[in-house]
Design a protein around this ligand. Sequence first.
Ligand SMILES: *Cc1c(COP(=O)(O)O)cnc(C)c1O
Length: 340
Amino acid sequence: MHRSELTIDLGALRRNVGTLLRALGGAGVWAVVKADGYGHGTADVAGAALGAGASGLCVATIPEALALRLDYPQVRILVLGPAGGSREIAQAREAGLELAVADTEIPQGVRVHVKLETGMGRYGVSELPGRAREIVGLMSHLATADTDAPFAAQQIERFAALTDGFPGVERHIANSAAALRIPEARFDFARCGLALYGLSPFGDDPARDGLEPVLLWQSALAQVKLLQPGESTGYGRRFVVERPTWIGIVPVGYADGFRRDLTGTEVRVGGEPRRVVGTISMDSFAVELDGELPVGTPVVLVGHGVLMESHARVAGTITYELACGIESGPLRARRTVVDA
Ligand SMILES: *Cc1c(COP(=O)(O)O)cnc(C)c1O
């Protein structure tokens, strides 16, 4: 076993696309694969999502879209974030990208989706620009699809009213949370990120919404030792034992994306839930064991019942941030793609 082993299950991703399509009752899914596919690997997840029926891809930046264009010459790709000036707009035009535009000025010769401000208070225009043949979509983004249904309903109503009466122009407002639980948000398609990866936009067990986690993160015990009363593990001596205590050292740390604020969370060691103790280092952390275990005992950091949602709760953050932070490059991890 490699010290940081990531397994991406494209079968699970395809089933999640199926779950979203069923929840959307006829509306489409565009797969949001920005930030390296939320840490899962853009190119792989994009291919699987399209194979499972996604109609297009969304990314945040034009460089992300240009990289995808090499692998997917024919697919519609929408850039959600602002373009960085006229050079990027020219690149977008040449590559046949579509741009989300939060401005009344519409760039020429490139298909745009006008982003309307309906309550997110971020990018967006409050009034529609005049009709231009470049406009193929009208979109908005929900601020509270996962937390405040009445506010989301208000945004949806505002969006419906603003965009009524533009035949042939696609309308889209839903993210994963809305696709799963707010039927009024469907319109023509939903832009789904988190749920594709089998993570819950509600911070619950994803199984509640029929989602399967796509990522499995494993390691193995690199050292096992018995601490005597008064001894400690890790920087700052934050875990001092009162009685003889077996601990295991896992060779993964915050440089791999196992964040420093995950002390206290549970991973599985040899199949059993075990608590992370002491300060998490750059390249390792410790777990408390209930007895001696051999070096090499498998450790599951995420997956096989260890939920990213539980880690997020311990770290006081959201799964989005944890997933994006996992380091999958070859210098730190071995990444394997399977189709189970
Ligand atoms: C990232 C993003 C999404 C995807 O949101 P999820 O909650 O991950 O489904 C949708 N729309 C926009 C504009 C985004 O920036």
